[in-house]
Design a protein around this ligand. Structure first.
Ligand code: CP
Ligand code: NVA
Length: 308
């Protein structure tokens, strides 16, 4: 069974193959209508369940459109509408869905729910975000960096703000693709040591630098994300704003990075909080390319999982 549960759980060669195929599929569709079937219709006859226990725009639409471009069918389900949200176990849900569909993508809260689903399913499972990681996003981000700047290997990526689920997947990717990471934020919001250790054990550098201007020095890429994630209690909002205010990515902060440093944000953004409009809409921002590349990267991830 080839699941796509996290970037550190997939072999680096397979990750590279996924990105190569994603780019080839993107190039092949250049200028075509979004609804047109891909020439090889690799998912023809396949049924894909997309389960959302949290809100989503990009993940929902990009998976749905991606499956259709590959000639497959989708079922978009919300956890609360399913028996899953009313007491049925994840194990039973996994076994039942496996009788109906060929692939399951799930966005959920606890990582344990994703892992349990994958344990019991007899079809591949893809992680569409948990409280801990967001691997599909970072596959699209690596693809986006390389489209604009060439190989990411050896580059310096600076994460500014909360050491959250997206940051964790960046650290996994640093280890797998061979780039260095700097995380700048308050100590209380550092990423979990497990994610930092993974990257370091793979031989790349991970630095935690409290001064944001110092941190972004020589950056090839600066990345921001929301200060309060979907799984965080809204009551943390005021505290987070106080803790993270100085880590806002604005033009002044970007002036300390390399002049051609890219800016990324997985979106949705709180404009004017974690990043300013000037940066988000500036010439070095690739936020909408990231969003587009979710589509292409995930199509390749699904093909990798289904071996088609
Ligand atoms: N970046 C991302 O996953 O966006 P959505 O929450 O809209 O899916
Ligand atoms: N860190 C954010 C990412 C959203 C795509 C969250 O989990 O809410």
């Amino acid at each position: 069974m080839t699941h796509f549960l996290d970037i550190h759980k997939t072999d680096p060669d397979a990750l590279r193959d996924v990105l190569t195929q994603a780019q080839a599929m993107k190039d092949a569709r250049m200028g075509q209508p979004k609804g047109r079937l891909d020439a090889d219709a690799a998912l023809a006859g396949h049924m894909v369940a997309l389960i959302f226990e949290k809100p989503s725009t990009r993940t929902r639409v990009s998976f749905d459109v991606g499956v259709r471009q590959l000639g497959g069918e989708t079922l978009v389900l919300t956890g609360s509408e399913m028996q899953l949200g009313h007491g049925e176990t994840i194990g039973d849900t996994a076994k039942v869905l496996s009788r109906y569909v060929d692939l399951i993508m799930i966005r959920t809260f606890e990582e344990e729910a994703l892992l349990e689903l994958a344990d019991y399913a007899t079809v591949p499972v893809i992680n569409g975000l948990t409280n801990r990681t967001h691997p599909c996003q970072i596959m699209a981000d690596v693809m986006t960096f390389e489209e604009h700047r060439g190989p990411i290997k050896g580059k310096r990526v600076v994460w500014a703000g909360d050491g959250n689920n997206v940051c964790a997947s960046f650290l996994h990717a640093a280890g797998q693709f061979g780039f260095d990471m700097v995380v700048t934020g308050p100590e209380a919001l550092d990423p979990e040591p497990e994610f930092i250790d993974f990257a370091r054990q793979r031989g790349v550098s991970v630095e935690l630098i409290r001064d944001p201007a110092l941190a972004v020095k020589d950056a090839d890429l600066v990345v921001a994300d929301t200060w309060v994630s979907m799984h965080d209690s809204q009551s943390t909002k005021e505290r987070r704003h106080n803790q993270l205010g100085r880590y806002q990515v604005n033009a002044e902060l970007m002036s300390h990075a390399k002049p051609d440093a890219l800016f990324m944000h997985c979106l949705p953004a709180h404009r004017g909080e974690e990043a300013t409009n000037k940066v988000m809409d500036g010439p070095n921002s690739v936020i909408f390319d990231e969003a587009e590349n979710r589509l292409h990267a995930q199509k390749a991830i699904m093909r990798h999982c289904l071996r088609v």
